[in-house]
Design a protein around this ligand. Structure first.
Ligand code: RIB
Ligand code: CA
Length: 304
């Protein structure tokens, strides 16, 4: 069983689709990130309507633990999902249902520890770690798309999910729950371009055309910056759970910069000999396999 914590942008939706095709999802919790929480709740409702999801969805944190609450509206627009014209079905937000209570109930119910896939700022999981440390042994592992040890995408040095709530990242790291990090650099190994979407565009179904439009707009983020292809973010973390043999991880010690004027939110990975690890860091992905999994998932949804 697996729980997904997400800020429900387009790449989050693809990641949920990948997991849904291979695992039972026990619940989904929402967090601010790609858009303000209220919009994230609408995106979740729209995704449920388009894709027929039945998994219970719960509402988590609207704000970071300490810092300013930010969203990438300047890149993705007000909904957090860039579009060429199509939209997810307009729906009222998913019903109010507190994420912390739902996460605790799920963990308490487990006979064997469960896994969590985290696709946004780690605020919900940090709150859980602080409020119910007794439940942390019920988490087998958190797999998180976030952080980066190279060029940032939100600032020069920080990845968005880490920058959006750096204190939450450090709290989750300090909790000592087994943590697999699928960072920005890893995700940049898996690239999607306009040609990869031709089959989806040709699917001819209403669902396929909406997905093709939104994926096309996602690729446009790179094209508008003079690059030919866009990094596939959250689906990489999902793929690490579905096809783990396509990834290599190495142990490392991660800490988060909380104070730097230019480096707040930067994750610093220490892999020097003798430094005790506190996470596993994704080093390499079989990019064609991960991209195929993502495209096959889209195609299947378009034709279902
Ligand atoms: O930096 C990429 C991450 O930021 C992804 O999770 C994307 O959905 C946004 O949240
Ligand atoms: Ca995300």
């Amino acid at each position: 069983m697996i729980w997904i914590d997400t800020d429900m942008g387009l790449d989050d939706i693809l990641a949920v689709m990948i997991i849904a095709g291979h695992r039972d999802i026990s619940g989904i919790s929402l967090v601010f990130g790609n858009a303000p929480l209220e919009q994230v709740r609408k995106n979740a409702a729209g995704a449920c309507s388009l894709l027929g999801w039945r998994t219970p969805i719960h509402t988590g944190a609207a704000n970071a633990i300490l810092g300013e609450t930010i969203t990438p509206a300047h890149v993705l627009g007000p909904t957090g999902i860039k579009t060429r014209g199509a939209r997810l079905p307009e729906c009222p937000p998913v019903p109010e249902s507190p994420a912390q209570a739902a996460l605790c109930t799920w963990l308490e119910s487990l006979d064997a520890p469960g896994e969590i896939l985290a696709l946004g700022p780690l605020t919900n999981l940090a709150i859980l770690a602080l409020s119910r440390p007794d439940l942390l042994t019920k988490i087998a592992k958190i797999t998180w798309m976030g952080g980066g040890a190279g060029r940032g995408n939100q600032t020069a040095s920080a990845e968005f999910n880490a920058f959006a709530d750096p204190e939450a990242v450090q709290i989750v790291v300090n909790s000592r729950v087994p943590l697999d990090i699928v960072d920005l650099e890893l995700c940049r190994q898996v690239l999607i371009g306009p040609d990869d979407l031709l089959a989806l565009e040709a699917s001819g179904t209403e669902k396929g055309l909406v997905l093709a439009d939104l994926c096309g707009a996602y690729v446009d983020i790179a094209l508008e910056r003079g690059r030919e292809k866009m990094a596939v973010y959250d689906p990489c973390a999902a793929a690490a759970l579905v096809i783990p043999e396509a990834f290599t991880f190495a142990p490392g010690f991660v800490a988060v910069e909380l104070a730097g004027t230019h480096t707040r939110g930067r994750t610093v990975l220490d892999q020097r000999p003798g430094v005790p690890p506190n996470c596993r860091w994704a080093m390499h992905a079989d990019a064609p396999r991960v991209l195929s999994l993502t495209l096959e998932t889209l195609q299947k949804a378009a034709l279902s």
